[in-house]
Design a protein around this ligand. Structure first.
Ligand SMILES: [Zn+2]
Length: 205
């Protein structure tokens, strides 16, 4: 079993959005490089995994007294893959998916039902999902929603396109408003973010 990763994940507000379409051709990697969030790939074989860019710390605020954040990979080549990728903060741009994928922090998430606008804490121990875990049943009004229709705030998200900052702590790494505005301007779509503790968002949910 792979060790979970703490991630800060950006995604478009529209779960179906992808960077290429009939009327647009946006290279997300170029966008992120142009704002200085990413530099080059961590190494030649690590497709989609980038070192942080020179403006990274202008875009992501780190709270707390002394966050232990490493930005460069260790030199110890004897480390196995799992240990290596847990040592330092990097930016992951997974391939865009055919369908939106949903990632939820079930210990923190309180999704809001689109029918009655009431929130439900998933941590209550009750199961509100169907067997395939693609729908949520609201305990307040019994309305059944696709997971992508719920408002997850910063503890869940649903998207075909994601950008993940890997190995940062929830609420300790906070994106600036300016970064979200720049992403919006360069991609013509609103972006949001959430925190996720689990496998990398490039892996199967
Ligand atoms: Zn409801």
């Amino acid at each position: 079993m792979t060790e979970p990763f703490r991630q800060l994940v950006f995604c478009p507000q529209d779960p179906q959005w992808i960077s290429t379409g009939r009327e647009k051709q946006i290279d997300l990697e170029t966008v992120l490089r142009s704002v200085g969030l990413i530099a080059s790939q961590v190494d030649v074989s690590s497709e989609g995994r980038f070192a942080i860019g020179e403006q990274f710390l202008q875009h992501i605020n780190f709270m707390g007294c002394a966050p232990a954040v490493e930005f460069t990979p260790g030199q110890d080549k004897k480390l196995n893959d799992t240990q290596y990728w847990h040592q330092f903060t990097f930016v992951l741009i997974p391939p865009e998916r055919n369908q939106p994928a949903c990632y939820i922090d079930e210990t923190m998430a309180k999704p809001k039902c689109p029918a009655c606008n009431k929130r439900t804490a998933l941590s209550s121990g009750q199961n509100y999902f169907d067997d395939s875990k693609s729908r949520f049943s609201c305990p307040h009004c019994q309305h059944s929603s696709d997971l992508c229709e719920l408002d997850w705030r910063e503890f869940g998200g649903c998207a075909r396109t994601m950008v993940s900052i890997v190995n940062v702590y929830p609420k300790e790494a906070i994106p600036t408003e300016s970064l979200l505005l720049q992403l919006e301007k360069l991609t013509q779509i609103d972006w949001r973010y959430f925190y996720y503790y689990g496998h990398l968002v490039s892996d199967k949910a």
